[in-house]
Design a protein. Structure first.
Length: 241
């Protein structure tokens, strides 16, 4: 409210979920201390929160308000503060659902790290690198372009209209693999699939892709129509000719 920059909400959401994820991964401590899985999950969710929160903080401090929040500010008018509070409570609920997957991943009682754990680590690292690269490509494009109505279609942005959202979703696909116990001694682990399913729904149908694309359609309709014809909406694929 003080800065008039709604993007700060995403900063505290990212940092907050990261801190919560580390806490619920490491505690309670088992009789033999922390397991390898607890330490790995805590490290990964911590890295995720620091990177995403810091990236959004730099953007919130140095750029205009995120188009999604600016649109909500215009639509809600005098009711903006009250409705923004409700929106924040929805974000808190989303964080709770995602934190549940991290909790289940960290406390899978299976001893040691197995094939699924290493696959989860690989998926997380690919997603983490992909989202970082996509963010840097967009930042470089904004710094280099002189035309307001151009749309970034370089690098990963030529393979997906929202590669940052795609890789963010892919990040959450790692936690169910940590949580699954194939021996059947941890049936709760299957609940962790709620995280990628919920994140896909949020990004594709609620607060991610729809709001961003509505803004692009409103501000640069012709450029966006051309971009949409040749570029996948979410999943990566080579651009169409």
């Amino acid at each position: 409210m003080r800065t008039g920059q709604g993007g700060w909400a995403d900063v505290f959401w990212s940092y907050g979920l990261g801190v919560a994820g580390v806490g619920i991964s490491l505690f309670p401590v088992g009789p033999d201390g922390w397991s390898a899985r607890q330490l790995v999950v805590a490290l990964l969710i911590g890295i995720w929160g620091i990177r995403l929160g810091t990236h959004i903080a730099r953007r919130a401090a140095g750029e205009q308000e995120d188009a999604r929040y600016a649109r909500l500010r215009d639509e809600w008018g005098n009711a903006y503060r009250a409705k923004m509070f409700g929106f924040m409570m929805l974000q808190a609920g989303a964080a709770s659902i995602l934190a549940l997957a991290v909790l289940l991943a960290a406390h899978n009682p299976s001893s040691g790290l197995g094939l699924l754990d290493y696959l989860a680590i690989a998926i997380f690292l690919v997603a983490f690198a992909g989202e970082t690269i996509a963010d840097q490509q967009l930042k470089a494009f904004k710094a280099a372009t002189t035309k307001r109505h151009q749309i970034c279609d370089v690098g990963l942005w030529g393979w997906s209209r929202h590669p940052n959202y795609f890789f963010e979703w892919l990040t959450w696909c790692a936690w169910p693999l940590f949580a699954i116990n194939l021996s059947g001694h941890w049936p709760w682990g299957w609940l962790a699939f709620i995280a990628p399913l919920y994140m896909y729904w949020i990004l594709n149908h609620v607060s991610g892709v729809p709001l961003v694309e509505a803004h692009m359609q409103r501000t640069r309709p012709e450029a966006f129509a051309n971009y949409a014809r040749r570029t996948s909406r979410f999943f990566l694929r080579p651009p169409a000719r």
